[in-house]
Design a protein around this ligand. Structure first.
Ligand code: AMP
Ligand code: GLY
Length: 420
């Protein structure tokens, strides 16, 4: 059973379906993409009790959780209590994502490189600090805010606005009880992932995520408008450094803190002159990064998930393709602001054979059978190739054949400029 309904979860379902060990897959709630290869269940990812009940009724033998909310609400603890194998960290371990203040304190205590910062629970003290520290700085809500709790600011008024939005207007509710005020780092951003059973740490391939809505990183941040793997600036030495100075120490630190971490650990980093620093940790696969990393995985995903759950990841040899993979997100008009849904999507059957389309906000209606838009991010169009340029060309050659009213997507995903 795959919990979640985005393109990341469609990718997980697609990958699991390739395993000879998998007979049937349930997706909760899934989308019209997962409906083609799995049984969708109309249950919210945060309705943990109903998920557990249905999983028991259906005889589910393995559960994988996509989004952060059910993880932070303790879905893994609940399933472990009923003896059902589930992939993901326990609630105590998800704190590495659900509290940025906790993650910072952990990094400081265990010397994991990160941006310098101070945390505040008093609004007046935070205001005072801003008045005394010249921007550029970054203001972050402590808790989960669906990627919207972080503002990078250039001036004191902007900083005070961002702070008031979190602590006074309470835009993110209790997630804004505390804030972090952080130095602004510059460099290349990269999302790094590792499978871990709490002892062994095996890195996945890394990816770059494009958060702003428009080309050239203009406009407001989104859940992610595209991604590619592997990042052009990552070499084996730098990857090793990231594993040894960030991912492995973080897993060790969590064990020391009696919050043993199992699952995928996701480090959002900035790399400057080969020095990686952590911006945030997440307790799950990335979206849209899963859409461009899982297609490169050669090893059976079921074997990896079971090795993590059973604590014998040290026995696994995980293999990745040497190819590159590029994914571009097609979004509804207005996204990441308000948008309308229900527009027919055409062209999905007119694509080259090697193009993958992972659905997020889509639904199917019958008479006549049609796929309609049903969310802000609608589809991720993905291709692999021998090089980033080849994969990129395949995606952009095909994406123009897909259409829905008002659809927009970035034209510069995985575009590597000469100066880079
Ligand atoms: P986070 O949720 O902490 O990863 O922040 C969201 C986005 O804000 C990141 O992907 C970065 O683009 C940006 N960001 C966060 N922290 C910093 C920082 N210290 N310096 C520069 N940019 C940052
Ligand atoms: N790609 C950003 C995230 O999954 O949080």
């Amino acid at each position: 059973m795959v919990v979640g309904g985005g393109a990341r979860e469609h990718t997980l379902v697609w990958k699991l379906a390739q395993s000879p060990k998998v007979k049937e897959i349930y997706a909760a709630p899934g989308n019209s993409g997962t409906a083609q290869i799995a049984h969708n269940l109309d249950i919210k990812p945060t309705d943990i009790e109903s998920l557990a009940k249905v999983a028991q009724e259906k005889g589910v033998e393995l559960v994988v959780v996509g989004p952060e909310a059910p993880l932070a609400n303790g879905i893994v603890d609940h399933f472990q209590n009923i003896g059902m194998p589930i992939f993901g960290p326990i609630k105590a371990a998800t704190k590495i994502e659900s509290s940025k203040v906790f993650a910072k304190e952990l990094m400081q205590k265990y010397n994991i490189p990160c941006a310098q910062s101070t945390s505040f629970s008093e609004y007046t003290q935070a205001k005072e600090y801003i008045r005394q520290h010249s921007p550029p700085i970054v203001i972050k809500a402590d808790g989960l805010a669906a990627g919207k709790g972080v503002t990078v600011v250039d001036s004191i008024p902007q900083a005070l606005n961002a702070l008031a939005n979190i602590m006074e207007a309470r835009a993110f509710g209790a997630a804004g009880d505390k804030v972090i005020i952080e130095e602004r780092l510059s460099g290349e951003e990269v999302s790094c992932f590792a499978f871990t059973d709490g002892k062994t740490v095996i890195p996945m391939v890394s990816a770059c995520d494009y958060k702003p809505v428009y080309d050239g990183d203009q406009g407001p941040n989104t859940g992610g408008m595209g991604s590619y793997s592997p990042p052009h600036f990552l070499n084996p030495a730098l990857s090793q450094k990231i594993t040894e100075t960030i991912l492995e120490p973080a897993v060790k630190a969590m064990a020391r803190e009696k919050r043993p971490y199992q699952g995928v650990l996701y480090g959002g980093l900035i790399v400057n002159k080969d020095e990686p620093k952590v911006l945030e940790f997440n307790a799950r696969f990335g979206d849209p990064e899963a859409q461009v990393t899982l297609p490169l995985l050669k090893t059976d995903l079921v074997d990896i998930l079971l090795a993590v759950i059973n604590g014998n990841l040290d026995q696994m040899n995980i293999e990745w393709s040497e190819d590159a993979c590029v994914g571009v997100v097609m979004a509804s008009a207005g996204y990441p602001g308000s948008y309308k849904t229900g527009f027919p999507i055409s062209g999905l059957n007119d694509l080259d054979k090697d193009i993958l389309v992972f659905h997020s906000g889509t639904k199917v209606v019958s008479e006549p059978w049609q796929v309609l838009t049903n969310g802000g991010r609608v589809l991720t169009v993905v291709a692999t190739g021998k090089t980033i340029a080849e994969a990129r060309e395949k995606v952009y050659n095909n994406i123009t054949r897909i259409h829905f009213d008002g659809c927009h997507y970035r034209k510069d995903i995985a575009e590597i400029r000469r100066s880079q």
